[in-house]
Ligand binder design. Sequence first.
Ligand code: SAH
Length: 397
Amino acid sequence: MIRLTLRRGKEESLLRRHPWIFSGAIYGTDGTPEEGDVVDVHTAEGRFIARGHCGIGSIAVRVLTFDENEPIDRTFWRRRIAEAYAVRQALGLTDSEDTTCYRLVHGEGDNLPGLVIDIYGTTAVMQAHSVGMYLVRNEIAEALKTVYGPEKLTAVYDKSEGTIPPKSGIETHDGYLWQSHPSNDSPIVKENGNRFRADWEEGQKTGFFIDQRENRALVARYARERRVLNTFCYTGGFSVYALQGGAVSVDSVDSSEKAVRLCSENIALANPTVPHREIVADALEFVREMPSEAYDLVILDPPAFAKHRKVLGNALQGYRRLNAAAIAKMPAGGILFTFSCSQAVSREQFRTAVFSAAATAGRRVRILHQLTQPADHPVNIYHPEGEYLKGLVLYIE
Ligand code: SAH
């Protein structure tokens, strides 16, 4: 096994079980590790401290174990997948009739940095965010088969093409790693009893945004008798729940034509009895140009404005503008659901941006709820960066 040695004193964050080692902390290596290799990490004093996947970017190692006696072999993958499964079982997600899609593995939150696995019915969709995880994709598929058994798992789809760092030089193609019986059915999943078509082959991320499940249910609670606007609608998750909750009308806006098409398909599954409109438009422009008081409940769920800390300033400015435009247009008694899914933006920073937006709009605003990601997207307590989804529900006077 290739060994990396840390600079003196650089083990501090590892002693606190933070799962990343930055390249600046590395003093030297014996041997030449390649990206994706499993390496052992030792302190300057020569003590073992961690074992993980080697990377070539700023994160030099993603830690898989802090236990010297835990080899990274087939048993390891099976154990970690089984642990992740046990958590979802405790959450009531593995056997639910009402909710058939959930996240099984949430990277660092499940002690598997670099790996995301979502379950859609009996299909597992896997995304490797590191070369190390990509190289063991077949071991992971085997582990999934063992943990779930043939009744509960019929396919494993690899969707790593868009997530493997391009500079790794590895060429990947999305596709099935395993399928028990090939079929072309369009897969319909259920979330809190609402039906959706999950398109993991063509859709963004793993096909459907599972992380808004509980926040969508909250939209349903507030939707009764309200005219609803869902911006950045993607597959229309919030729109379907708003209809279910008794909205009098729902408008869904997204700049992507493909997203709006997926949204209409899901709206059709919901079979609404009130008007629903799909609109292809830039959400900020739409909000700025819409008449005042046109909607009683507005949802703002933009894509991550800040993918890196370097663009944090611009991102916060983006949140301020968007929220100020929406708050200014709300009628008295209007409800605004506003989100940020940028990992680089902290809860406090997001709240401050929305606070400035409220002040700019010159409205009285109460915070009714502070929202986050659901429990199947757990946060590793030693890796607080994993808490990426922040939301506020505002009551505008
Ligand atoms: N709310 C969705 C997820 C949103 S993902 C859900 O619950 O599933 C972000 C969406 O924003 C994507 O569908 C993307 O096409 C859309 N988008 C990105 N930039 C946009 C813009 N400027 N105006 C409108 N939509 C935009």
